[in-house]
Design a protein around this ligand. Sequence first.
Ligand code: CA
Length: 255
Amino acid sequence: MDAIVAGDTAAHEAARPSLGVRAMVVEDEPDLADVISDYLQRRGFDVEISRDGAAAVAAARVQAPDVVVLDLGLPSVDGVEVCRRLRTFSDAYVVMVTARADEVDTLVGLSAGADDYLTKPFSPRELIARIEAMLRRPRRVVAEPEQTPLSAERRIGGLLVDPAGREVHVDGHPIMLTRTEFDVLELLSRRPGMVFSRNQLLGELWGPAWVGDPHVVDVHVGSLRRKLGDSATEGRFIRTVRGVGYRMGTGQDRR
Ligand code: CA
């Protein structure tokens, strides 16, 4: 509770009708999480609370929040890493909350992809004002169609990926993939056009504790491309982003 300005309670305001905006509060201090959540709810947000970094990423995949209030100091996975992982599949607005003002410069330097930063102690009113200002700004990226569930089939050019049945078809023909090849393809196909670094792919596939040569991803991508009917070094479906990693073609890319 020390992060809340005295007397600044949500009880003074009448609850507003739902905005249809999903907010996720990632905060391991239960009292603070409750106060922030209460404020957001009264302003009309639908709110979920997560108290752990890894759990927050998993929950965000299902809940697809529009806004994430993200504490920097969290158990298991810190806020910077949570933000990085969110950015592999989510365009949610992220406000990162830190305990120390002098950390903000460092955080910006880490370019984890947060949209705004707030230092504890802060007023919930200030937080809400920042969030409402962010929501009025157009997103940097081009607006995307309504988010589809991760289990839904994806068609990208001649490629069909069925995450539920773990099946892949190219131009109508079934393709047999190893588990890792399928997982790589499934991950890339969630967001056609979005670049995944080798480390991001490895982190998603084998967890954050994985250590080793990130170029092991290239081996799996090479064999995946061959099975999809492409050369091992470049493909119609999986594009190389030099020096970074890979992205799924959007189906309209030129060779
Ligand atoms: Ca904390």
